[in-house]
Design a protein around this ligand. Structure first.
Ligand SMILES: [Zn+2]
Length: 124
């Protein structure tokens, strides 16, 4: 079984060691060297920073960038869902609601998501 980074549990306190075990929660400065690295990581996945000296699972650097990387697929899906909900609302809500200032504002906000999705996915 390949491990996945589970680095979305919250930011480490300042001065905490940066390596976090994906399995047991061990945190430290010096994880072990990873045994059988290429059998344990997915292509394009987050590169582990070491192996947990406590349980042997993979460790990852617990940084804001790594947490964002780990959360990216869920964030992208949430953006797509928001756009889809807006499309449904535009199609089915009564005209009186669609003409309301609040609804128009929501539509503007939803449209601002499109460029972010295009940038994230490399599409236009
Ligand atoms: Zn561990």
């Amino acid at each position: 079984m390949k491990a996945k980074a589970n680095t979305t549990k919250g930011a480490p306190a300042p001065n905490q060691p940066p390596h976090l075990c994906d399995n047991c929660g061990w945190r430290g400065d010096t994880p072990d060297e990873i045994r059988n690295l290429w059998e344990r990581v997915d292509t394009g996945g987050i590169m582990p920073s070491g192996q947990c000296p406590h349980c042997g699972a993979l460790c990852y650097l617990d940084t804001p960038a790594q947490r964002l990387h780990a959360a990216a697929p869920a964030l992208l899906q949430a953006c797509r869902d928001a756009l889809e909900i807006m499309q449904i609302a535009k199609a089915y809500f009564p005209q009186s609601i669609r003409n309301s200032a609040r609804f128009r504002l929501l539509n503007i906000e939803a449209n601002s998501i499109r460029p972010a999705i295009a940038q994230a996915t490399g599409t236009n």
